[in-house]
Structures are given as C-alpha cells and as structure tokens.
Design a protein around this ligand. Structure first.
Ligand SMILES: [Zn+2]
Ligand SMILES: [Zn+2]
Length: 409
C-alpha cells in the first residue's frame, strides 16, 4: 500500500480521487519511524545512537532540534547563553509565551523531549568557547550551529578542528540564507571562507583592550521563521546524511537567495595559510576535573610526557588581573578574557578603562600554579594542550564528564 493512502482525513489523493475518511483512531502502536525506515539506506538505530552538539537555540537551533527530535536522533547537547524573550516567539517553534525568561538551552531541551520522549537532551546555559569544554566536542559525532556572529562561528570552527569533527553551519538574514558543512581537519574551514570585511567585523566587536564591547553582544539580525525553517532543514538533512555515512556538501555551501528565487552551491577553497586547521592527534583523558586539577600538576604531567621544557597552551586567552594604568590600581582577577565585558573593566577608583593582564600559556614561573584550572577560567570537561619542541599532547579533564553531560548522555 503506498504510504500516502493511509492519511487520515479526506480530500483528493495524488491521482485526484477522493480518499475515504478513516474513522478509527490512529494506531498508536504503529512504529513511529515506519515512514523513515522505508527510505533506502535509512538506519534508525544509527540515529538512535547518534550524539549531536547543537550550539545556539535561536531560530535556526529551534528548527534543527525539532527535526532531530522528529527523526529520532538519540542524544543532543544544547548550548545557548540567552533567555527567551517575546521577540523569539515569532521565529522559534519550540518556545511558548509561558517560557519567557527561561534559559533557551533548557526550554529547548524540554520541548524537544516532548516531541520525542526517548530523546536524551541536555541544555547548558553558556557561551562557546569560554563556558563549554572541548570534551563536549569530542563527545559529539557531529556539531550543528545556529549562530548569529562570526566570533561564535570562529569558536565552533576551532573547537571542531581541534577535535577532528565535522560541523554544519547555517546563517540567515531576511530572505537569504546559507547552509554549509566544514571538516577543518581535512578540508576548507570557516576561517578559509572569511574575507577582509569579515575579519574587520570581528575586530570591531573587540575594544582596544581586546574586551568584548557590551553593545555588540546581541546580534539583532532581521530574520524570518520561513528562512530559519528552510536553512535549519538543510542543516538537519546534512547532519542526517553525515550520521548515515552518506555524501554531504562538505567543503561547500548551499546558498539561498529568496528574493531572486535562486539557489546555488559554492565550493570553498582551502587557504594554504589558514590557521583554523590545527588538530590534536592524541588526547589523554585525565581522571581529574577543572575544579581539582591544578595548573602546576598538569604542567608537571606534560613535562614528564613531553620533556622538561613543555608549556601548557590554552585555546583562549585567560587573565590574571585588571590593571589601571591611570591610577595604578591593580585587581587580581582570574577568568577567561572573553568573560570580561568592557563595562566591568572600568576602574572602580578613577573610571579609566583597565588593561587585562592576559596570557595563554603556562611556563612554570607563574605565581598561580597552585590554583585549579577552573579558578583560572578553564571550563569543566575542557581539553588543555601542552607543547614542547613542536610536539603536542592534549589532556581532557575527564573528571567533569558526568557533571557536564549529565546522566542522560
Ligand atoms: Zn581554514
Ligand atoms: Zn584607575
């Protein structure tokens, strides 16, 4: 029996004939995924085992997560720093008025589970890269992003590169959109696609002190639910294909020009001098977590593995103090540079902008070696690299795994 003839309700069928109205209730025992299993090459069990990292639970993230839940993807980790506002409701299929004020990551996880109760979904309120450890990238089979800033895409690109993952980007603006697939460890990456204007936009988001400008935090790009739905669907489809081991548009972008009713594929060349392709060949999983592993202990381990001149190399800049060059006030402050906003960096004494004392390596002479990595601003379940003489080794803070992923994942 062709699947279309089972639809409930009347109306002309594909051949124009009236179909009988089905009065009996839907058979709830009917296999939920029956219509999907009929697709040649479809592997429902594979999807059930799949682990997806979704960065961004805005308009695109909503569409992606809805699709992942509908097709029966097993596990999703959702990251988003924001809370739901009324203006999200016109473009976000998973949110309701009663969700206003709730964290998007959590509301999205809950709504997706209501679509597919067997879905194991965990939401983390936070930002990539400073709040999300790369252990989460290593855990995932594929990374999907629904982001509205180049900075966030750069962070997802770096995280995916270092951990050898494929990531699927989507971008929408008014009636235009693009979906693209990157595997930085072997093909072109997001950075390869960036031109000078893109880099200028990234620079503009940083103040002279390298702090993120307050007013730049929120991207308010005009978008429609229809374009979010189309691009989110393309991303989901690419993810489903990737999880099945089918061909994807890896290294390419599918561009939609809604105003001109046009769509086309662009192929991205890999830039020979691009810095976005470094990746870790071997990662040692530690028993400790960011809260217990002290910087000095990790440096010691790196030195026993790589040699006495090894240094720890953080993927993001960290700071140890905010210093005022006008009045000389110095406040010790340990966190990731990305977490300090320009407003906070104002000197409490003289209101001049303070300078963050930033570093991204630990070489053994620092006065804060006895501090746990978490106190320095390293997120839980992160991966910290060490380097010596061109040799690298990376260490995953495996002790945080359960706390971050939760029992569900
Ligand atoms: Zn690149
Ligand atoms: Zn001052």
């Amino acid at each position: 029996m062709p699947s279309g003839s089972e639809n409930v309700g009347s109306g002309p069928g594909p051949e124009g004939r009236e179909r009988p109205v089905r009065s009996a209730p839907l058979n709830l025992n009917e296999d939920r995924f029956d219509r999907l299993r009929r697709i040649r090459g479809w592997d429902q069990e594979r999807l059930a085992r799949a682990k997806v990292l979704l960065v961004g639970a805005g308009a695109l993230g909503n569409e992606i997560l809805k699709n992942l839940a509908l097709v029966g993807v097993g596990r999703v980790f959702i990251v988003d720093p924001d809370r739901i506002e009324n203006s999200n409701l016109s473009r976000s299929v998973l949110y309701r008025e009663s969700d206003e004020g709730r964290p998007k990551a959590e509301a999205a996880a809950r709504a997706a589970k209501s679509i597919y109760p067997a879905l194991r979904a965990v939401g983390q309120v936070g930002r990539v890269p400073e709040d999300v450890g790369l252990g989460v990238f290593r855990w995932a089979d594929v990374v999907l992003a629904g982001l509205d800033s180049r900075e966030a895409r750069l962070a997802v690109n770096r995280g995916s590169a270092l951990t050898g993952k494929t990531w699927i980007d989507g971008a929408i603006e008014v009636f235009n959109g693009v979906a693209r697939v990157f595997r930085p460890s072997s093909g072109p990456c997001y950075e390869c696609t960036m031109n000078r204007t893109d880099w200028e936009m990234v620079e503009r988001r940083r103040a002279c002190s390298l702090l993120t400008r307050d007013e730049m935090l929120e991207g308010k790009v005009p978008t429609t639910p229809t374009m979010a739905s189309i691009v989110g669907a393309l991303q989901s489809e690419q993810a489903i294909r990737f999880l099945h081991g089918m061909e994807t548009i890896e290294g390419k972008g599918l561009v939609l020009n809604g105003s001109a009713h046009d769509h086309y594929v662009v192929e991205y060349p890999r830039k020979p001098d691009c810095c976005g392709h470094e990746w870790w060949e071997s990662v040692t999983v530690l028993e400790g977590g960011a809260g217990t592993c002290r910087a000095g202990d990790l440096l010691e381990q790196a030195r026993s593995d790589l040699g006495g001149d090894a240094v720890l190399e953080f993927r993001e800049d960290l700071i140890s103090a905010l210093t005022c060059d006008s009045c000389g006030e110095r406040e010790p402050r340990f966190t990731a540079l990305g977490r300090i906003r320009e407003r906070e960096a104002k000197c409490p004494k003289c209101a001049a902008p303070r300078r963050p004392e930033a570093y991204h390596t630990i070489e053994g002479s620092e006065p804060f070696l006895d501090r746990p990595l978490a106190e320095l601003g390293v997120p839980p379940f992160d991966v910290v690299a060490a380097r010596s003489d061109g040799r690298h080794r990376a260490y995953e803070l495996g002790g945080d795994r359960e706390r971050v992923l939760g029992e569900a994942l």
